[in-house]
Design a binder for this molecule. Structure first.
Ligand code: ADP
Length: 567
């Protein structure tokens, strides 16, 4: 609760102050109204009371919508602030292993969905509900104070009964957001929903006839959520029963006292009776329902920040310039939830400025190897060293600025060509040169590379791959000394890939280049080739050396050559 109040204040001080002020102002009005009704009944000349009553009524009408507006605005501010925090936290840690951890999946889902109306209403809406129920609650207290002028215990009793009901209903209000079971069902339901409505999946769903399956999955998970909600409603029954009993007892006592007290005038009776009703009707207080999702969103931000700070435990070493002599020393690596290591005691040296091609069967660990070099993961055992220094001891930002990579699943930014080549900025000359070197034929750097934008255009797979290569080339012009290419040109034809790679090597002379490819026409151009097998380097040497050795490399090469001959 304290965290939530602080978050409101930080989101926007002016709005937060206005929000609280309006809440308190509105809270006083019902008690005032009850008091004036009493005065009106008791008065010999009703004019003054009527005017006062009219003004209170007017204020009640005006302040509520104003408060609603302030709430929505404040909610929007809170929302953006939380989004900032969640985004910063998520992208903070330098590696990506944490993004795949199962424990974190739930937290990340909260971060992703907290304002999408999936795990609770959007914050702007929540704030309106919270404002309404906060005013109700405070107004109840105000009326209890008025009632206390009749008998102190009457006010205290009804206020206590009201608090007790909140306490009785406390569990049933937060049931549906907290349990892993609900989170899981929510995630599954949402996933299948997206499968059904997102365009990319739509293609495969139709091609493979998965529509029924998708709908069944969605209905199943939705039903599960409905069931869980029903169970929670059942749980609520006892709380609600006790709440009613408490209220009937407390109100019975107060109204009995009102009726029995012969010293009270008609006006006083009317005012106190109204105050009693006002205090009692808020007993099922909306705050219980409105607050938890908003508090949960604020808490999620704090929790995620803490988790990410721990996940970011890749220690930032002292700043130093990095070398480009790479060495993997007895490296083993297993993915977080896997039982078998992908790399297992691998040793490999890549001299500065040399090019190395990595080949191996599917799943041999080629991509994993280059991810370790990029330090997207740290090895489970052993070390990856640059100029003899463990990567873990280097400043991660320095290292990242020294490495550039193109992965098979590189990102196609819906941005102008210029920013696709140089997301962090570069001179027009560098960008144009890089594009030219990859054989991409474009003139207008400001064309947005996505349909649906003004003058925007989409590209073929091959064209995209040339742009991705240009991105890496441009990075080497900005100072990157290590280039990683993980099958970035699989969509070019064989000759296109070979040519692109020849040009690429020429342009990046002096850089340490690591290439993963299935195509031997490309692979053979590298200074050295390593064959990965069984988590280790099985063969290492130049194309000619490996051919002469007559081992695995030669077998794979001959197999591919025979296929081309055949074709
Ligand atoms: P290659 O690039 O040689 O095809 P990878 O390095 O992509 O091989 O994968 C090696 C093995 O690690 C495969 O068995 C693959 O299923 C597994 N793997 C790859 N990425 C992950 C991941 N993020 N989580 C768990 N296992 C993974």
């Amino acid at each position: 609760m304290g965290e939530f109040v602080r978050a409101l204040w930080r989101a926007h001080r002016g709005l937060a102050a206005a929000w609280w002020l309006l809440a308190v102002a509105q809270a006083v009005l019902p008690a005032l109204f009850a008091y004036e009704v009493g005065a009106l009944i008791a008065a010999a000349d009703p004019t003054a009371s009527l005017i006062a009553l009219g003004m209170v009524f007017l204020l009640m009408q005006v302040l509520a919508p104003v408060h609603g507006q302030v709430s929505t605005n404040l909610g929007d501010h809170l929302s953006s602030r939380l989004q900032d925090r969640l985004l910063t936290a998520t992208t903070g840690p330098p590696g990506i292993a944490h993004l795949e951890s199962r424990e974190l999946a739930g937290q990340l889902a909260v971060a992703r969905d907290f304002d999408q109306g999936i795990s609770g209403p959007p914050l702007a809406l929540s704030m309106g509900m919270i404002a309404g129920s906060l005013v109700e609650a405070l107004a109840g207290l105000g009326q209890a104070v008025l009632l206390a002028t009749f008998h102190w215990w009457a006010g205290a009793l009804l206020a206590a009964a009201w608090l007790a009901t909140h306490w009785l209903l406390r569990d049933s209000s937060s049931w549906d957001r907290d349990t892993p079971e609900v989170q899981h069902a929510q995630r599954r339901a949402e996933y299948t929903y997206r499968l059904a409505v997102d365009p990319p999946a739509g293609k495969e769903i139709r091609l493979f006839g998965l529509s029924d399956w998708t709908v069944r999955q969605f209905v199943h998970n939705r039903q599960k959520l409905v069931d869980l909600r029903w169970q929670a409603t059942q749980l609520r029954r006892r709380g609600v029963g006790w709440t009613l009993t408490t209220l009937i007892a407390a109100n019975g006592l107060v109204f009995w006292a009102l009726a029995a007290d012969n010293g009270l005038g008609l006006g006083q009776r009317a005012a106190f009776a109204q105050a009693a009703i006002g205090t009692a009707t808020i007993a099922f207080g909306g705050l219980n329902w409105a607050l938890p999702p908003a508090i949960e969103a604020v808490r999620a931000a704090g929790r995620l920040e803490a988790t990410m700070a721990r996940a970011g435990g890749l220690p930032a070493g002292e700043r130093r310039t990095t070398g480009t002599d790479l060495r993997l020393r007895n490296v083993s690596f297993s993915y977080p939830n896997a039982d078998r290591p992908v790399l297992d005691g691998l040793d490999l040296t890549i001299p500065a400025g040399a090019s190395l091609a990595v080949v191996g069967l599917n799943g041999a660990g080629k991509t994993t190897l280059v991810k370790l070099i990029c330090r997207l993961y740290d090895p489970t055992h052993g070390t990856v060293e640059a100029d003899g220094v463990d990567l873990r001891d280097l400043d991660i930002e320095d290292w990242r600025s020294n490495v550039t990579a193109v992965f098979q699943d590189f990102i196609r930014y819906q941005l102008p060509l210029r920013e696709n080549v140089a997301p962090n900025g570069a001179s027009t000359e560098d960008i144009t040169l890089a594009l030219k070197a990859t054989g991409a034929e474009f003139t207008d750097l400001d064309t947005v590379l996505a349909k649906g934008y003004d003058g925007g255009t989409d590209l073929s797979g091959g064209q995209w791959q040339r742009i991705a290569l240009a991105r890496a080339l441009c990075a080497t012009r900005q100072g990157a000394g290590i280039v990683v290419l993980d099958e970035p040109t699989a969509q070019l034809d064989v000759r296109g890939e070979t040519e692109a790679f020849t040009r690429f090597l020429r342009e990046t002379r002096g850089c340490t280049t690591i290439l993963v490819s299935h195509r031997f026409g490309t692979v053979r151009q590298a200074d050295r080739i390593c064959v990965l097998d069984d988590g280790k380097v099985a063969e290492l040497g130049s194309h000619d050396e490996l051919m002469a050795a007559n081992g695995k490399y030669r077998t794979m090469f001959d197999l591919q050559a025979a296929r081309y001959d055949h074709d």
